[in-house]
Design a protein. Structure first.
Lengths: 223, 234
């Protein structure tokens, strides 16, 4: 099973490396968001740390949504999804491979956007980086876990680009609220014991929704 | 003896539109069936249901006594439509390697290249599929769809867009499949090609089987006449 998940991921990664369809758009959009906030906030060094968690997650989520929109749209071209569905294997494998690919693409975009945010907002965060990586990792996994199945639902509709954010954002609100809170704790208080609650909520959400999505994926893709 | 495919009272609705209604057919092992019908008659919907890509609204469909869409049924099915289901940014070899991994086939590069050569694409295996012509893509799609050597071939207008050479190639491929005892259901518009390849001629009109004949029982001209009358009548 792991070999097949890896095969789906590797295929998506290889195509992305060649086309750069998703990553270019994700990076461009994320950096534009940072530029806009950089002008809007005109920050002093102290106050900016309070705004950065929200700004970062807005940039992450908007760029991640662009990536998710492409996840299944590329499979619809040339009816590739049909070819995948005909393979005699558990169709949940497609979901897991796609979620892994979406998470990796989003994580790459986040890393670049984060580096740009350090420059734009003049932040120094060396000691906080391991904690930030942990929050970004769990937040991204939660976001893509839900986003991948909703992207599969949206791809069969005429207005998929519009529909995905409309159905995605309300569902991932618990992840986003807790990710912003956890990022804020790391950047502003350094009280790492306070991270327990938001990280637990994000992890539980990811596991519950991931399991549901894996089990329901088969039904989502059929007419 | 039960058929390889058993369909009873099959219906499919898309909202208020009925694509299939009370369709009944039994297909024994090794039979080649050409499915005729106008656009929108229900041929593609029928094949998609058999392939497990679409759920029936009513009725019973069994393939080897299994539900269509079950892993057991998918193991024996090779599904080919006029869309190739190939990734254009991957090479032919990468496409087949990807599907071979998902199918648990331990084919090395040389075995896959041999498959690619068998469909007439020798020397083009490491080229992106995007560079292929429509006919070349369809040849590779055949190699992809039948990589796991399925015993039941479901083909939805496989000759669409093929040039003369591609058409001859596909005919040869299907004749070879027949000698291997494979079963085939093929939706097709061209009565001449369909008649030449099939053992049984089935016309679907408005979601039901309107005509079901053994090829030996009717000449091509007679069949074309009855087919024309049938589609014009309705």
């Amino acid at each position: 099973m792991l070999g097949k998940i890896w095969a789906v991921f590797r295929k998506d990664f290889l195509i992305e490396l060649r086309t750069k369809d998703s990553l270019n758009a994700m990076l461009f959009f994320g950096i534009v968001v940072l530029v806009i906030f950089n002008f809007a906030l005109a920050p002093t060094r102290d106050s900016i740390r309070e705004a950065v968690p929200g700004v970062l997650w807005v940039a992450f989520v908007f760029s991640g949504t662009l990536g998710l929109n492409r996840m299944f749209a590329s499979e619809k071209d040339n009816s590739c999804l049909q070819g995948l569905l005909m393979v005699p294997m558990d169709r949940g494998i497609i979901y897991l491979g796609k979620t892994l690919a979406a998470a990796v693409f989003m994580f790459i975009a986040e890393a670049v956007i984060f580096v740009f945010s350090l420059v734009f907002f003049n932040l120094t965060v060396w000691s906080e980086i391991p904690w930030l990586i942990l929050v970004f990792f769990i937040g991204t996994l939660g976001f893509t876990t839900v986003g991948t199945i909703l992207s599969a639902i949206a791809v069969n509709t005429r207005m998929r680009e519009v529909l995905l954010p409309l159905i995605l954002f309300p569902v991932v609100l618990p992840i986003l609220v807790n990710a912003v809170e956890a990022t804020g704790i790391i950047l502003n208080t350094a009280d790492y014991s306070a991270l327990k609650l938001p990280l637990t909520v994000m992890s539980t959400f990811t596991i519950v929704f991931g399991t549901l999505a894996y089990l329901l994926f088969d039904f989502v893709l059929e007419d | 003896m039960p058929g390889l495919i058993e369909v009873n009272g099959l219906a499919k609705y898309f909202g208020r539109l009925s694509a299939l209604r009370d369709l009944r057919i039994t297909v024994p092992q090794g039979q080649f069936i050409a499915l005729f019908g106008r656009n929108g008659a229900g041929k593609t919907t029928f094949l998609r249901i058999l392939a497990g890509l679409s759920r029936p609204s009513a009725g019973i469909v069994k393939i080897h006594s299994s539900e269509p869409g079950s892993q057991r049924a998918r193991r024996v099915i090779g599904y080919l439509s006029h869309n190739s289901a190939l990734y254009l940014d991957l090479t032919a070899l990468e496409n087949l390697r990807f599907y071979a991994r998902l199918l648990d086939l331990s084919f090395g590069n040389s075995a896959l290249e041999e498959r690619i050569a068998r469909v007439g694409l020798a020397g083009r295996a490491r080229e992106p599929v995007r560079n292929y012509s429509r006919g070349m893509q369809q040849r590779l799609a055949i190699a992809r769809a039948f990589l796991h050597d399925p015993s039941l071939l479901l083909m939805d207008e496989p000759f669409t867009g093929l040039d003369q050479e591609g058409t001859e190639f596909l005919k040869g491929y299907l004749n070879e499949a027949r000698t291997q005892g494979k079963t085939c259901l093929m939706a097709i518009h061209d009565p001449v090609i369909g008649y030449a390849l099939a053992d049984r001629l089935v016309v679907i009109e408005k979601g039901v089987v309107a005509l079901d004949l053994a090829r030996q029982s009717i000449s091509l001209d007679e069949f074309q006449g009855r087919y024309r009358t049938l589609t014009e009548e309705r």
